[in-house]
Every structure is written in structure tokens, then in C-alpha cells.
Design a binder for this molecule. Structure first.
Ligand code: SF4
Ligand code: SF4
Length: 127
């Protein structure tokens, strides 16, 4: 005797075969991680992009970043700037606050999301 009672209105188990056959011949819903091609919606927030030529080194992006993920460094002088931006993608939550804050609009949020790495240190990148 079965311990399970079929609820009224439940689909007959035999009907699942139709869905099984359909899924056998349809494309997979997932992609291969390495080498698989996918496109995220443009509205998705991913990696930020930085333009060192526009940056004035004010540091507001670092001040406003909620996770301390971004670091701006001037390797030049006050008069002759050589700006660099470093991002810890393991800390970044892709909120876009730095882009909103930047007075020169030299940080832009992109939909780039393939940021995984085998090591924790590999997550720290120069933009
Ligand atoms: S997107 Fe957000 S978390 Fe990432 S660096 Fe900018 S402010 Fe920080
Ligand atoms: S807020 Fe903009 S201009 Fe200021 S340091 Fe950050 S990236 Fe540069």
C-alpha cells in the first residue's frame, strides 16, 4: 500500500514523458563555463571601467566605495599625473556607487561578469 496520497487535480505521472522527450531534443538551459558564449542583459551591473586620462585623483570613489574595493594611485607627480586604478573583484559588489560619485565620470559600469579566478590574489586587477 502506498503511503503517498495523490492530491486531487495533480498531473498524471505518465504525462511527464512528453516533457522528458521535449527536453531530450531541446538545447541545454545552461552553458559550458569555460568557452561557453553568453550575453548578459546590458542593464546588468558588472566590472567597472576606468579612464586614467580623465581621473583627477580626488579619491571620492575610494571614500564612497562601501567595501573598500577600489584603490586609485598616482604614480606620477601632482603636475604630471600617472593615474592607476586597482580593483579587488572579490570585494566589489558591483553597486556602481563609484561611477555615480566620480565628478569626472571616468568610471563606467559595464556588464562584464566573467571575473572568476583560481586564486584570491588573481581577483585583484588593474582597471
Ligand atoms: S562598484 Fe561599488 S563596490 Fe565596486 S568598486 Fe565601485 S563602489 Fe566599490
Ligand atoms: S572619483 Fe573619479 S576622478 Fe576622483 S579619484 Fe575616483 S576615478 Fe578619479
Amino acid at each position: 500500500m502506498s503511503v503517498f496520497k495523490r492530491k486531487p487535480g495533480r498531473t498524471h505521472p505518465g504525462r511527464i514523458s512528453g516533457a522528458a522527450v521535449h527536453n531530450l531534443f531541446s538545447h541545454p538551459a545552461t552553458i559550458k563555463y569555460i568557452g561557453g558564449k553568453y550575453t548578459l542583459d546590458k542593464r546588468c551591473r558588472g566590472l567597472i571601467k576606468y579612464d586614467p586620462l580623465l581621473c583627477i585623483g580626488c579619491g571620492l570613489c575610494m571614500k564612497d566605495c562601501p567595501t573598500g574595493a577600489i584603490t586609485i594611485v598616482n604614480k606620477g607627480t601632482k603636475q604630471d599625473r600617472d593615474m592607476h586604478a586597482y580593483l579587488d573583484t572579490g570585494k566589489c559588489i558591483f553597486c556602481g556607487q563609484c561611477a555615480d560619485t566620480c565628478p569626472k565620470k571616468d568610471i563606467v559600469v559595464t556588464s562584464e561578469s566573467d571575473l572568476s579566478n583560481f586564486s584570491r590574489d588573481g581577483l585583484k586587477i588593474e582597471l
